[in-house]
Design a protein around this ligand. Sequence first.
Ligand code: PLP
Length: 405
Amino acid sequence: MPDFKQSTKLHNVLYDIRGPLLEHAQRMEAEGQRILKLNIGNPAPFGFEAPDAILVDMMRNLPHAQGYSDSRGIFSARTAVSQYYQTRGIQTIGVDDVYLGNGVSELITLSLNALLNNGDEVLIPAPDYPLWTASVSLTGGTPVHYLNTEEEGWLPDLEDMEAKITARTKGIVIINPNNPTGAVYPKETLEGILELARKHQLIVFSDEIYEKILYDDAVHINTASLADDVLVLTFSGLSKAYRVCGFRAGWMAISGPKHLAHDYIEGINLLTNMRLCANVPGQHAIQTALGGYQSINDLILPGGRLKEQRDIAYKMLNEIPGVSVQQAKGAMYLFPKLDREVYPIHDDAAFALELLKAQKMLITQGTAFNWVAPDHFRLVTLPAVRDLEDAIGRIAEFLEDLREG
Ligand code: PLP
């Protein structure tokens, strides 16, 4: 009998946000159980809707979106992205420096595939959004994780970052605002990272998909706006702030000394051509989204749903004995810590599975985000207040049983 095996290229590739735990939850649902899912940052199932203008525009353009587009994407959307960055102080992004993709996800893998040889290293935050680590591993590269300091609002530890730079390091990944921690990086942090990139001739990959989801007095600075002498690839898209994950509309914009990266950019162009083009109806939504009324503000300002949910989740989690969490300044997640003296957990995936079985609720274990110890978990702050209170109540009950057991 043949034994059809997966490629060995996948041996180090992990993407546990949609891993075995979710499969277990889906089996429970198939048996008729109702599971509260706080595991995926997908606004639509929680009752968030896209701005009407985007939907109308997409529907009106549908007849014109039947064919393939230019591989990099339709001109009007790429122009809108380039103009958007120009208004944000990035002068070096022209229309041809913008690539549209099936979400940021596709462009993450594409940009790394075009760059890395086996064994090349990329610095990635710990904790991270794990697609970055998975994609580096898939290309044959080596992900090297730099630490973020929880006590300092999860800001990157620049000393740790520099200490991990070797002759094989090709780039630094920044996720700002951060998934899973909600950190938003101040100017000095970004300048420190850019200085390292400058000194060691590295490319900066700046994932800014949550740039418009900010709370309180947080201000987002586009990394590329701080340096035109460092090659920066900026990633963003419509999935989160415009609540249309399903449209698969993302982009990547290259800025800085592109003349030093002719060969790399040719590689990016080749891979862009090979995947033909991104979902064309989704591309048509981009110009309207960027130009129109930014309805995300109604959700994040005082009285807004996202802010209210974040505040309640933060308060309730911190009230649980042995649990502490930093407040998120951006994005839509919290990354609480479990005190290991109170909860001596050795395997946080097993912990999450037990929580799922006992309380019918799904979170994601911290090690799925390449965190260094089994003492954190991530939950999304998307559910309406009542569901969120219910969910965190169940976590509290489960932890109480753990303490007493
Ligand atoms: N980058 C980060 C930090 C994310 O959290 C996500 C999705 O959760 C993505 C990229 C992928 O987004 P997209 O829907 O554009 O593929």
